[in-house]
Write a protein that binds this ligand. Sequence first.
Ligand code: TYD
Ligand code: MG
Length: 469
Amino acid sequence: MPGNVFCICTRMAKHPETVFVCQNCGNEARKWIGQCPDCREWDTFVEERFRMSSHNSRLNPAGKRFAGREAVAFQNVESQEEARIPSGIEELDRVLGGGIVAGSIVLIGGAPGIGKSTLAVQMADKLSSRGLKILYVTGEESDRQVKMRGERLGLLAEHVFLLPETDLQTVFGTVEQMAPQILIVDSIQTMFSERIESAPGSVSQVREVAAQLMMLAKQTGVPVFVTGHVTKDGSIAGPKTLEHIVDTVLYFEGDRHHNHRIIRATKNRFGAVNEIGVFEMTGSGLVPVNNPSELFLQERPAGASGSAVTACIEGTRPMLLEVQALAGGSRAGTGRRMTQGFDHNRAALLIAVMEKRLGFQFGSDDIFVNVAGGLEIDEPAADLGVAAAIASSFRGIEIDRGTALFGEVGLTGEVRGVLQSAARVQEARALGFERLILPRSNLKGSDRMLGIRAVGVSNLEEAMEELFG
Ligand code: TYD
Ligand code: MG
């Protein structure tokens, strides 16, 4: 059988040295092009060169055969729950899916200054206090700077070893020498592999470094954490493929202007996605928040129209959030429709349904929707809360403070049932809410729950009637 049939990388075989890579999305082309056909960005293609070397095991020169390894029968594979190492930070363990999995690679992404290094060093300290040996590779700061941060945080970090280094092959050398039990690489954009000639931070470097770290993790069983910056549009700098390579992507959501920090698992091979961990950034580092609903509701204005509380599920955790709306203040022309933390199109749809089915006349009014606290809601269960907030603002009538809502709104104005209704009801009850407006189909059982009055509605009209009379 001719070996070249199996050649993995045809690009390299035909054009051995050069490829043009879109720095925005990672799309590749043989020659330079002005606009990326994939992400439509202009002037993002950069020439990147691959160094072909004998140790590049991905290449198989035509005619040679791959060395094979015996495959294991499905039935003979030992099944075993992944052994997890608790990170020592409960909110972090939660987003990881219950602790650190051996041989996994975790990407911690977020805007510069949001707290990635702080989280990494705090985690290192916790692990160290249980006797684990940690190698902390820092490509951004000197070892002195990392130490200073650690001292500010009052960390002991007895078994944490710092290595200011950007050359990946040197890092591998150190890993071999000291055999750490956890490897932290801060950040992936500063690392470079000599196998690729392009600059650190470029798409092919980031991808190559991630692939090599992945291989290290799988071969040695050492869990690897890498931090990564995000670009202006919120994707992790470098290619989307980076997110495909790693096992878990933890992402710092929201902005730096809040004191709290939300970490969301946007991908997790070992746990639920969308799971969130909530921290507060204090003078002594990141402090876990045990009751996020309380935190997100604490600044709720009293006696103001345009504010509604909705019961969401983030990952596996129910959470109450405040949705704010501002409708009115129309000027000539078409009204602006702006949202923050809620899908823009979804809001437009709700507004259209309210106009058509309930007779609201927004006309050219501006409508703003905002989820308080910088959180992003991405489930239809929040529809009812958003519609209620808009209606409340438009009519200038306050929603009773003891009321929360949830439910998906359909195009005919019907309120549809959502998943995990009981958990939502339970959370609202735990936070002292007295009335909960929910889809009628979710009512079963909830109507007899003590301490909260559950009101089932089957369409928007009924919900508005219940809210505003
Ligand atoms: P850092 O972890 O360095 O951010 P990243 O690695 O994501 O770029 O966080 C730096 C920010 O956090 C900086 O603005 C200062 C702030 N911070 C605190 O408020 N308290 C602290 O205890 C620490 C260590 C940092
Ligand atoms: Mg940092």
